[in-house]
Design a protein around this ligand. Structure first.
Ligand code: ACM
Length: 353
């Protein structure tokens, strides 16, 4: 029954550098839609998601956003992983007076009345991580990131926090987004030479796998000098050889191992739908609860006009798998839970420390 259904758009990549993380988010978006529809839909109408695959191409993100908004006449777009994708999609959403629901941790320093940010921003994902590293490992930090906006901005924040605490950034290295194994030779060389207490990585996707493999093959010890990284989640760990990520640190608002009734129910439903090996990440959890948030706003508004949805979302709270979250009406970001985790590659999970 498509004619009367509520249609939403979803932009997540199924191939390319960050596909592992984005497939988890696409799965979670679909799961939320299916749950809502199984419970009778919204006001008796099903939610009908239209998924497009931009293949991690920034140009395709922009083109497909326009297709959703202008040709499919869809007003609510759910998606984007890399901040560079969000930065080309959001102007299109604004021009077409739609809404973007962005479910990924990011650098912060942004506001649009047409965007809802359901992942953590730097004040929610860098501050406590920097404090934890400085207190537990030391003050000499080496930064390595992929060459685009999120790593630059995130590293600026980490750099400020480290310097304020009397620490030092011993080096700051960027590799291409579509990195090759050889791009990490300099990282290993500089790590040997500068001897940091910890490496903070914002290398994304397939590059993250290469970084951890290079680190492991160089013989470094995660117990003495860990890599701490937001961009290494259950999805990237699942792509690594066993033992590679063991003991390294991450920071997120949700982990697959979170032991609460809401988290366990969500993870069980996800695994039942997509298979026991399907990774459940913080980005997936945000992708999941933002569809439920939207459905709640839709039910209250009785229509899907973006302004009517926005009026309902202001200050809205929901019992998410990570815990209770709330949309801040002033900046459209989400009040959420920040946690630090340690990776166990043998079990392919990250656990809260
Ligand atoms: C990101 O680019 N926000 C992961």
């Amino acid at each position: 029954m498509t004619g009367r259904n509520w249609r939403i758009g979803a932009l997540f990549s199924r191939s390319g550098v960050t596909a592992a993380a984005e497939v988890a988010q696409a799965n979670a978006t679909l799961l939320a839609c299916e749950e809502i529809n199984a419970a009778g839909g919204v006001l008796g109408r099903e939610i009908d998601p239209v998924f497009y695959d931009p293949g991690c191409s920034i140009e395709r993100y922009q083109e497909l956003a326009v297709r959703l908004l202008a040709e499919d006449r869809i007003q609510a777009v759910f998606g984007c992983y890399m901040s560079s994708a969000r930065k080309v999609v959001l102007p299109e959403v604004e021009a077409h007076r739609g809404l973007l629901f962005y479910p990924t941790f990011y650098e912060g320093f942004e506001y649009s009345s047409r965007c809802y940010y359901t992942g953590s921003s730097s004040n929610q994902n860098a501050v406590h991580l920097a404090r934890y590293l400085l207190e537990n490992y030391g003050k000499r930090i080496l930064l390595v990131g992929s060459n685009y906006v999120f790593p630059y901005e995130y590293n600026r924040v980490i750099g400020d926090l480290v310097k304020r605490a009397g620490g030092r950034i011993v080096d700051e290295i960027y590799v291409p987004v579509a990195a090759a194994p050889g791009d990490f030779e300099r990282v290993i060389r500089q790590t040997r030479q500068k001897k940091p207490d910890v490496i903070v990585s914002t290398v994304v996707g397939t590059g993250a796998v290469m970084l951890y493999e290079a680190y492991h093959d160089a013989g470094f010890d995660a117990a003495l000098m860990p890599i701490a990284s937001l961009t290494t989640t259950e999805a990237e760990v699942a792509e690594m050889r066993p033992e590679i990520a063991e003991g390294h640190l991450t920071s997120a608002s949700f982990f697959e191992t979170l032991d609460t009734p809401e988290a366990r129910r969500f993870v069980a439903a996800f695994k039942q739908r997509f298979g026991p090996a399907a990774p459940v990440t913080a980005g997936a959890e945000a992708a999941y609860f933002q569809v439920h948030l939207y459905a709640r706003a839709l039910a209250a508004a009785g229509q899907d006009a973006p302004d009517a949805i926005s009026a309902q979302l202001a200050g809205m709270e929901i019992e998410a798998p990570q815990g209770r979250v709330r949309i801040d009406p002033g900046n459209h970001h989400t009040e959420l839970w920040s946690r630090i985790g340690r990776a166990s590659c043998r079990e392919r999970v990250c656990s809260v420390v």
